[in-house]
Ligand binder design. Structure first.
Ligand code: NDP
Length: 320
């Protein structure tokens, strides 16, 4: 680095720069790139996942490198996930995104990863919903009122203008507090089944180790964004997966998450990027659709690159 200053953006600045209107198209482009790697000069190796056995279950470090020549985005996210942090009043997911120059490999910026993870995950769910769910979008049910619960409520409401956003949380006070913060369009639900019944779109964003959505609660045509499940931990029951068209960000990376489901004959149909390109279509013969969110490094660098460009543009204006 020599004696150059390192550009570092914290979460407060990032929150002021990001908007759903700019992020969702950037994520859509990157999901396309991830499914069309040769055409877009894109790489995304398997992430390194390091479990920390001496800490409570689910504590891990993830290292997620990615490169996209077409979108000029290159870098790596390094985050820890410590689910027990919630009890201490601090975020469960913490870390950094390192953004590099695609031509020289030099460091462009270091960014906090909390807001990036919150925003990019919700934006990916929004893009998946746009391409997978064709019906009316009146009622959204969100299970989980943590960081992802809030970002999904904001993204989905802003993009699809749901008339009601229902929120359920294991600790009901947190659902009530989140709804009070969001506004009258968000309604807390004490009962999980009542929250899900009749919903057009459902988002699951918890650390639950047991399934929290049952197929018998879903109306025909319902779409689920299953975000919280990871490595054999599913938030929707197996029946949902068996009766749904399942789509992921990357078929190359679904193995780890779908281990248990493969044995039951459940496999994702395709990637969101293929739906975007139009090389695959959603079939009509399934009752539900599930976007099973894997969370990919390309999504982080797409968001970081967008923030970098917006930040540089604003600073240039201030200098004039
Ligand atoms: P938070 O810690 O902010 O929120 C955690 C949520 O999970 C809270 O609503 C909490 O409820 C709930 N919860 C925890 N344990 C249980 C349980 N046993 N049963 C029911 N609910 C439970 O975490 P985040 O919002 O950052 O993350 C939520 C989920 O999303 C995690 O599983 C995380 O791994 C996943 N995630 C996925 C990403 C992706 O790209 N696919 C990216 C980022 C996160 P309570 O308030 O009662 O504690």
């Amino acid at each position: 680095m020599g004696d150059e200053k390192i550009l570092y953006l914290n979460d407060t600045v990032i929150k002021h720069i990001l908007t759903w209107d700019t992020l969702v198209p950037a994520i859509e482009n990157m999901l396309y790139a991830g499914s069309n790697r040769e055409e877009t000069d894109t790489l995304q190796p398997h992430r390194i996942s390091m479990k920390i056995p001496s800490k409570p279950q689910g504590s891990l470090l993830l290292c997620m490198p990615a490169y996209c020549g077409k979108e000029h985005a290159f870098g790596c996210k390094v985050i820890s996930s410590f689910p027990q942090n919630k009890e201490k009043g601090i975020p469960s997911i913490n870390g950094l995104v390192i953004l590099l120059d695609t031509e020289t490999g030099r460091l462009k910026m270091i960014l906090d990863a909390i807001e990036i993870t919150a925003w990019r995950t919700a934006a990916v769910s929004a893009v998946a919903t746009k391409h997978m769910h064709k019906g009316e979008k009146k009622i959204l049910a969100i299970l989980g009122a943590g960081v992802q619960g809030k970002s999904h409520a904001l993204a989905m409401y802003s993009i699809f203008k749901f008339s009601q956003v229902r929120i359920w949380n294991r600790t009901s006070e947190r659902a009530k507090a989140l709804c009070a913060e969001l506004g009258p369009w968000a309604v807390p639900f004490e009962d999980r089944e009542m929250c899900v019944r009749g919903a057009d779109v459902i988002v699951t964003v918890t650390f639950s180790t047991e399934t929290i959505v049952e197929a018998k609660w879903l109306k025909t045509g319902a779409h689920i964004n299953a975000v919280g499940g990871m490595r054999g931990r599913y938030e929707a029951d197996v029946d949902v997966y068996k009766r749904a068209t399942i789509v992921v960000e990357s078929l190359e990376h679904e193995d780890e998450d779908f281990k248990g489901l493969h044995a039951m004959g459940v496999k994702p149909l395709c990637e969101v990027g293929e739906l975007i390109k139009g090389t695959r279509k959603m079939p009509d013969n399934k009752e539900f659709s599930v976007f099973h969110s894997l969370g990919m490094g390309l999504e982080d660098i797409a968001t970081a690159e967008l923030i970098y460009n917006q930040y540089m543009k604003r600073n240039e204006k201030q200098l004039l």
